[in-house]
Design a protein around this ligand. Structure first.
Ligand SMILES: NC(=O)c1ccc[n+]([C@@H]2O[C@H](COP(=O)([O-])OP(=O)(O)OC[C@H]3O[C@@H](n4cnc5c(N)ncnc54)[C@H](OP(=O)(O)O)[C@@H]3O)[C@@H](O)[C@H]2O)c1
Length: 330
């Protein structure tokens, strides 16, 4: 099969190679001896893959390895007792190995793909939407009638969070850095959009009549303190990532004075050993697909041999929606 390998940790320009590899066995490292074999149609391109090209991600397999955390495709074979079977269209989280014509995923990370969604949308369904549901509903306790500010709202996690928040019955304010990204956030269903600039905090406070109930933050950096200032009483700032580069620090007196919380939401490590929790999140996300709240926004698509260009979009802050490799395009 054709696959993309990371051969050295020198960044997206030089780290990747298109190679021919044997088909994988139906065994996944998380479920040794068992796994769902998937004929990959589309592979999602995400921040972890970018970090892996520089050796900066927490998961560091020995070189060379095939990156690619999630795919949309068709089941070739599934272990006994699995909820999917050969021929089913699925969204699958494989952690590694997705940038290939065939990938292997654990059974508890493989979900039936709604006929409403195509394979590219399936390749953007798990990492971002499961994270968004975990962060908003489970960690941030967002309820119907609440308001949510979403940072990086035109990105993968951002667009997913806008849609999942709507699925939970919340009102959303999207913060974005350009007009182009504003249009993407609107397409994702944002109720309000605010352009990043000197006065963004004041604008958020005005549009939320004094403060939001939750902030979903995949960006971090120096906007963190103003995010805290955007919270109303009992508000929660949900920490999801640090695309802005720096890890913010909190002066905890702010939390005491305003009766607010900072909540961490690290999806992968938390759900890893919990098959039932994954099924619960998968069912909730699929319900939101059926209800019409969730439909991943697919951004640029690349053939597999242009994986480096796909990763550079993320690196250069130019990605909107989910960036996808069309694995069978060539
Ligand atoms: N906690 C978890 O379980 C979990 C799960 C999945 C992903 N994540 C993390 O969430 C973060 C977002 O992932 P994503 O897939 O949504 O990424 P993405 O699609 O590239 O979007 C990230 C957004 O961050 C903003 N940003 C601000 N400064 C940036 C910079 N210097 N470089 C790049 N982007 C910058 C950009 O929005 P503006 O230009 O509008 O500011 C961009 O749209 C990553 O750190 C990822 O590792 C965490």
């Amino acid at each position: 099969m054709k696959a993309i390998q990371i051969t050295e940790e020198t960044g997206p320009d030089s780290a990747l190679a298109l190679v021919e590899l044997p088909e994988p066995d139906a065994s996944h490292p998380f479920t040794p001896g068992a796994g769902v074999l998937v004929e990959v149609h589309c592979a999602g391109v995400s921040f972890p893959e970018l970090l892996q090209t520089r050796g900066l991600y927490q998961m560091k397999p020995p070189l060379p390895f095939v990156p690619g955390s999630e795919v949309g495709g068709v089941v070739i074979s599934a272990p006994e007792g699995a909820s999917v079977k050969a021929g089913d269209r699925v969204a699958a989280f494989c952690a590694l190995g997705g940038f290939a014509e065939t990938a292997v995923a654990p059974e508890f990370f493989t979900f039936a793909l709604s006929p409403k969604l195509d394979f590219a949308q399936g390749a953007g369904l798990i990492l971002n939407y499961h994270t968004a549901y975990f962060a908003l509903a489970m960690r941030g306790r967002v309820k119907a009638g609440e308001s949510v500010l979403v940072h990086g709202a035109a990105g993968g996690v951002g667009t997913a969070s806008l849609q999942v928040a709507k699925g939970l019955g919340a009102r959303t304010i999207a913060l974005v850095s350009s007009e182009e990204k504003r249009a993407v956030a609107e397409r994702a269903g944002a109720d309000e959009t605010v352009l990043l600039g000197d006065a963004w905090k004041d604008e958020v406070l005005e549009r939320s009549s004094g403060g939001v109930d939750a902030v979903l933050d995949p960006v971090g950096g120096d906007r963190f303190t103003d995010s805290l200032r955007c919270l109303r009483e009992d508000g929660r700032l949900i920490v999801v990532g640090f695309t802005g580069g720096s890890i913010p620090e909190v002066r905890v007196n702010r939390l005491l004075l305003r009766n607010t919380e900072v909540v961490g939401a690290g999806w992968g490590a938390y759900v890893m050993g919990k098959p039932e929790l994954n099924r619960e999140i998968g069912a909730a996300v699929n319900r939101m697909v059926d209800e019409g709240h969730v439909a991943p926004i697919v951004g640029e698509r690349f053939p597999m041999e242009r994986a480096a260009d796909a990763l550079k979009l993320l690196d250069e802050r130019r990605a909107t929606g989910k960036v996808v490799l069309d694995v069978r395009a060539g």
